[in-house]
Structures are given as structure tokens and as C-alpha cells.
Design a binder for this molecule. Structure first.
Ligand SMILES: [Fe+2]
Length: 389
């Protein structure tokens, strides 16, 4: 028996943001708190939402004190802001951190305690109330925060999440137009995050036929379009495919679960402040170089989805070709391919390997078991930039 959970309503397509007007008629909020990344406010992307709210006579306040990879304290400040304003509905527009803060703040206002009480590894409480209405609009094609019930928080040297159905958004509005102006590095980082979601979901021990179907289609769309979307951002077809790929990767991964790439990426974000997408990207080929013997038939299906030439090759050769292709893809999007490129030193590797072992829930879903010495080996490979063959 398997269970899958999906968001109730997703509005997609160019101009999907206009669907917000009907949602205001439906929910009739008196006060709305609009969570928006500072850059989104700066480039005027939040204006469209503001004009819809104004046209509907809805009072609103903008909350843009949003940091990437927010600390628990940032989350508590956001909850306080929603509570103090008395918002009856929360809208989030931005990247993953902004959407995470918006959905958690909207939920926590109707639950007792603070963010720390509900963290996965150390929290002691369970959320009991979904809070106020949450509407989320992603501006990147990657995190999936708009359709998942996970929210990530930094804890100094590592990260933890709140994972609870109560923080799931009521509506996600996925409008590709928001991604058309994303710069190459953000497109690449968030796109590789989405590809990682798809690849990890597809190889996760928690995967099902349902999640596999979504994940492999996401691998196809993202791997075939990520370099075009990165370097030719006005290619609307590539942008559209990235948005669709990211959306279905997200619907898949939060049911199947991600595993070793995300587990080993967390200490890189926590200790060295490397963005979430890039910390996954710099590890992705090295993890798959280590785990492919545990999921070799799936590696063949991944190769086919990526349109790699498989004829006449053994399964082993195909798996290694996928690993090399992942390395090439990351390089071709202009992202760093070694952790040295981020200033990480050889003397840091023992410590980050130790930190990564804490991510037991994620590591438990990896098809190949990774003990401390295995994790250390993967970091060493990512440090040296060396694939096994
Ligand atoms: Fe991710």
C-alpha cells in the first residue's frame, strides 16, 4: 500500500497570476500579508499582485525581510509579522526560502509555540491547525516549495525542516512568465535542484509507480532544456519545459523523498552558505558515481530519458555515461564542479562528513547505504573533481 499527497489546486500557464483575482473573490480576505523576495519587489514583479489586491479592495502589507536559507529566528519573526498584522490570507512570491517562510508563518499563527518546536530532528510538538489560507507563486523553476509541505531552516552548521501537511499551500500559481528574467546562475542552480529532485525521487527507496512516472518525465524535460534556459532565457519553450519539469519533479519528490545528494548538500549550505541548488549541483555527479551499482536498471531508464546513446552499450557503461553526463550538464550551465571552487578546504572534509551523517532520514532512502567513511569518500571526490572512471 502506498499513499501520495498532492496540493488541492494548481493554476498553471502564462498569465496564471491573473487567477489570483478569482481567489480573492472566493476567500474574501480583509487583510493579506504578501511575502516577497526583496529582488521581486525591486524588479516590480510583485506589482502585478499588488494591483490585483488593490482592484479587489483588499488591504495588504508586504513582508520582504527574507534571507536565503532562513534561520529559525527569521521564521519566528515572520510568524510575528503575520500575527501582528492580523492577516487572514498569506501570499508568497519568490524563491524557495520566501515560499517556505510564507507557508510556515501562515500556519504557525494558529498554532502555539515557535518554529523550533516543530523541527523534524529536534522539535517536540505536532502542528494541529493549517492556519490561514496560503497562496504561493514560485519565481524560479526548481525548489517546488509551492507544492510541498516541507520548509527548510538553517541551524548554524546544518539544516532541519518542518514537514507537516498543515503547511501545504491551498493554491499554487505556477506562471512561467516569472522565470523569463531570471539570470543564468539562478536558472542553473534552481534547475539542477529540480533535476536532483527528479533523479533522487526516481531512485529513492520511497518511490512508487506514481512517483516514478512523474520523476522520469521531469528528468526528460529538465535535462533537455536546462542549458538552453540558462543561456537563452528568452527561449519561452525551454522556460516552459523547465517550469513543468520542476513542478512534476516536486510532486514526485515530496512523496518519494530525496536522499543522499540533499543529505550531503545540507552541511555545505549550513557551514559555507552555498545556495541550496548549487550545493546539490556540486555533489550530484559524485553521489551518482557512488550509488549507480545499487540502481543500475533505473540508470538505464535515466539515460534513455536524457536521450543518451545507449545502443550496444552494457548497463555498466550506460550508468557511467549518465554520471559523466550529469557532470557535463553542470559544467555546461557554468556552475562550479568541485567543492574547492567554493573555498572548502581538505581539512573541512572530516567535519562536513560527520555533519552529513545526522541526516539519517534522507540517507535511509538512498538505494546504497552510505556510512561515514563512504560519505567522506564522496566529499573527497567532489573536492578533487574526480569521477571514478
Ligand atoms: Fe532541493
Amino acid at each position: 500500500m502506498n499513499t501520495a499527497i498532492f496540493i488541492r489546486k494548481v493554476i498553471t500557464g502564462e498569465g496564471a497570476v491573473n487567477g489570483l483575482a478569482d481567489l480573492m473573490d472566493k476567500y474574501q480576505p480583509k487583510k493579506v500579508m504578501l511575502f516577497a523576495d526583496p529582488i521581486i519587489v525591486q524588479v516590480g514583479a510583485a506589482k502585478k499582485i499588488e494591483s490585483i489586491l488593490e482592484a479587489k479592495g483588499v488591504q495588504y502589507q508586504i513582508y520582504s525581510d527574507i534571507k536565503p536559507e532562513p534561520l529559525v529566528e527569521h521564521g519566528d519573526m515572520a510568524v510575528k509579522a503575520v500575527r501582528d498584522y492580523g492577516a487572514e490570507l498569506v501570499i508568497g512570491i519568490g524563491g524557495g526560502s520566501c515560499l517556505d517562510l510564507a507557508k510556515v508563518a501562515a500556519c504557525l499563527v494558529k498554532n502555539e509555540g515557535s518554529i523550533a518546536d516543530y523541527l523534524n530532528l529536534t522539535g517536540k510538538k505536532k502542528l494541529t491547525n493549517p492556519g490561514v489560507i496560503k497562496i504561493l507563486l514560485p519565481t524560479t523553476a526548481g525548489t517546488g516549495a509551492e507544492v510541498t509541505f516541507n520548509a527548510v531552516f538553517s541551524l548554524g552548521n546544518t539544516k532541519d525542516i518542518i514537514s507537516d501537511e498543515n503547511i501545504l499551500a491551498d493554491v499554487a500559481i505556477v506562471d512561467p512568465e516569472f522565470t523569463y528574467t531570471l539570470p543564468p546562475r539562478v536558472t542553473a542552480g534552481s534547475g539542477i535542484d529540480a533535476l536532483t529532485h527528479a533523479l533522487e525521487a526516481f531512485t529513492s527507496k520511497g518511490g512508487t509507480e506514481l512517483t516514478d512516472t512523474l520523476a522520469i518525465e521531469a528528468v526528460r524535460k529538465i535535462s533537455r532544456n536546462i542549458t538552453t534556459a540558462t543561456w537563452n532565457g528568452t527561449d519561452i519553450k525551454a522556460r516552459g519545459e523547465m517550469v513543468w519539469g520542476s513542478l512534476i519533479a516536486s510532486l514526485s519528490y515530496f512523496n518519494a523523498g530525496v536522499h543522499a545528494v540533499h543529505a550531503l548538500a545540507y552541511p555545505l549550505g549550513g557551514l559555507f552558505h552555498i545556495s541550496h541548488g548549487e550545493s546539490n549541483a556540486v555533489l550530484l555527479p559524485y553521489i551518482f558515481d557512488y550509488i549507480w551499482p545499487s540502481c543500475i536498471q533505473k540508470m538505464v531508464l535515466i539515460a534513455e530519458a536524457m536521450d543518451l546513446p545507449c545502443d550496444g552499450k552494457s548497463e555498466r557503461e550506460i550508468a557511467l555515461m549518465v554520471v559523466q553526463h550529469l557532470h557535463n550538464l553542470i559544467k555546461d550551465t557554468g556552475l562550479p564542479v568541485t567543492i574547492q571552487d567554493y573555498g572548502i578546504k581538505a581539512s573541512d572534509l572530516d567535519r562536513i562528513a560527520q555533519d552529513a551523517t545526522e541526516q539519517k532520514r534522507l540517507l535511509g532512502r538512498c538505494p546504497r547505504m552510505l556510512k561515514l567513511e563512504d560519505i567522506r569518500k564522496v566529499y573527497q571526490a567532489a573536492y578533487d573533481g574526480k569521477l571514478s572512471e
